[in-house]
Ligand binder design. Sequence first.
Ligand code: AMP
Length: 495
Amino acid sequence: MTEFDFSAGQVGEKCAVFGVFGQSLDVARLSFFGLYALQHRGQESAGIATGNGEAICLHKGMGLVSQVFTEELIESLKGHVAVAHNRYSTTGGSKVKHAQPMLGAGNSKLQKVDYGDTSPSLLDSISLCSGADDDAIALVHNGNLPSTTLLSEFLREKGIGTPEFSDSRMIVEAIAAFMREGHDLKESVRRAYPLLTGAFSILIMSKDTLIAIRDACGIRPLSIAQLNGGYVFASETCAFAPIGASYLRDVEPGEMVIVDEKGLRSEQVAAANPKLDIFEFVYFARPDSRLLGKSVYDVRRNCGIQLAKENTIEADVVIPVPETAIPAAIGFSQATGIPMEMGLTKNRYIHRTFIQPEQHIREQGVKAKLSPIKQIIEGKRVIVIDDSIVRGTTSRQIVAMLFEAGAKEVHFLVSSPPVKFPDFYGIDTPKQSALIAATKSVEEIQKFLGATSLRYLSYEGMIAATGIPEDQFSTSCFTGVYPIDIRECSKEIRY
Ligand code: AMP
């Protein structure tokens, strides 16, 4: 018999997590709408696990939330506790075995949860329920562990082979191993916590308890809301309004929050050293979310205002690259008086182009995603604003597209500094050699893009735009300063 969902391979998890606990709540339906609001954080696969006090049931599959779940499936997922996940993919491993939630077996009689004779890698979706005696747990993870040495050593000592496990799979296995030694879920999570080296915002459930943990730096966001006597957890606060939940607070860096029939309790499991990834403000989060008490929209608009303070350019029109850069372009336009127009239209049914692992497909993807509006561009000196340049592939095509549409000049403005270092904490960026700013000067990048001029927001300007002290952030993509030890990955970095 094959075990379920093992061998996820070394793929990072760049994702959204969502969780609910509440006796009177339709937890599967709430999870569905929560995932819907968090779709921007991952489009490869989606999954929901629910617990009803007796067993855990799970459905997960490839595709968007709306493609993975039907009314019938949502109806079938019963219970008062749930965890849910959207996965973001970049590497070739687009298979349902990488999808989350991931299950583990906490029962001392079972080594692994046994899900019958299916081969998950051949399937597009998986639907199953644990047995009542399985003592199953389900885990969802946003983040990435750059080092899994401690975890794999621990698992090897316990006789659990790890060669093909993803970091998330290792975490669920470690917690389950402690449970099989007789510890309850909370104690098992507490014991597994020091084995985790990296960024993690994690939700773990048993059939009747929900636990949230965040790494000591709180690199990835995780917030809590209240709803009809129950609690909701989400990667971003934008998931709360659509389900009528009211924001309570964030899960603090280094904190473990436990929700069960006794209510919500918390304990600090590691000394906090708050360092939210600033790239959440730059690119990843939705503009209607709040991070560290600040509106993502406001911060992005401030970046645009700051760009205007730092650069004087004669131009006729400001055009944002939709959608992330829109608030920055609004700020820039308001500060300079240069009118903003939506000169590039985005086909909103094409997902983020980064998701395509292969360069050729990615290049086609840009054209399918963006098209210029000729009468806005023709004969004009255009300022185009984007939130970041990573590989330069998209930006280059946008410049070409604007010239083809008749622009006289194309000034490319970026509302963040050059991305020179890869991310190891769960936002996908390519290897350092593929980051254009790691190998080329601003002038060389300008030539590569074919732009009339190229300006980046200064690092100091970006920090000022957040209104938050620099020491509260992880700025690794820009500075190469990694607040959580990246251990073996440091070999991949050149300064
Ligand atoms: P490129 O010109 O190919 O470097 O692409 C830049 C575009 O990628 C910008 O529009 C960014 O909004 C977007 N972007 C930045 N970081 C990421 C990421 N981690 N995943 C997907 N897209 C990203």
